[in-house]
Design a protein around this ligand. Structure first.
Ligand code: ZN
Length: 148
């Protein structure tokens, strides 16, 4: 049984293994649980996604509006969301809007990608990436975590 946090209302949705999570809708607000795009979160939303997603990895992009490499990576991150969902939930955290959350994550340079599984950080890297690089890095980290 997977548990998927709704990107719109933050309700936790239990998804039986025989159902396709990529096609599922939220039981509370009826929004598609996976729409093929990253979800903007604040610090509180990030905590809910980290804690309550089960069987779904959480890939966080920490960025800021003034950061050129962050803006360059944005369309690549969106393209990666289309291909990594529903295996992973892709989130974006604006470090300017939430400096405290960014500091607590220990982020020193942006863009930073942090991959969580079942609430635990399993990988991170800094610097702009292409969609293919983001996808390959995420899949490799998840397969290493699965075999550890
Ligand atoms: Zn919802």
């Amino acid at each position: 049984m997977a548990q998927v946090v709704c990107p719109h209302c933050l309700a936790a949705n239990r998804i039986p293994p025989e159902r396709d999570a990529g096609q599922a809708r939220c039981g509370r607000c009826r929004a598609a649980l996976f729409a093929g795009e990253p979800t903007e979160v604040d610090a509180a939303g990030l905590q809910v996604h980290r804690r309550a997603n089960q069987g779904v990895a959480v890939l966080l992009d920490v960025w800021a509006p003034w950061c050129g490499p962050c803006r360059a990576m944005a369309p690549h991150f969106t393209a990666a969301a289309r291909r990594l969902e529903p295996q992973a939930r892709l989130l974006k955290l604006n470090a300017d809007a939430d400096p405290q959350a960014s500091a607590e994550l220990g982020v020193s340079g942006i863009p930073a990608l942090i991959l969580f599984q079942d609430g635990r950080e399993i990988a991170r890297q800094a610097g702009a990436q292409t969609a293919d690089q983001i996808i390959a890095w995420t899949r490799q980290a998840l397969s290493q975590a699965a075999s550890a």
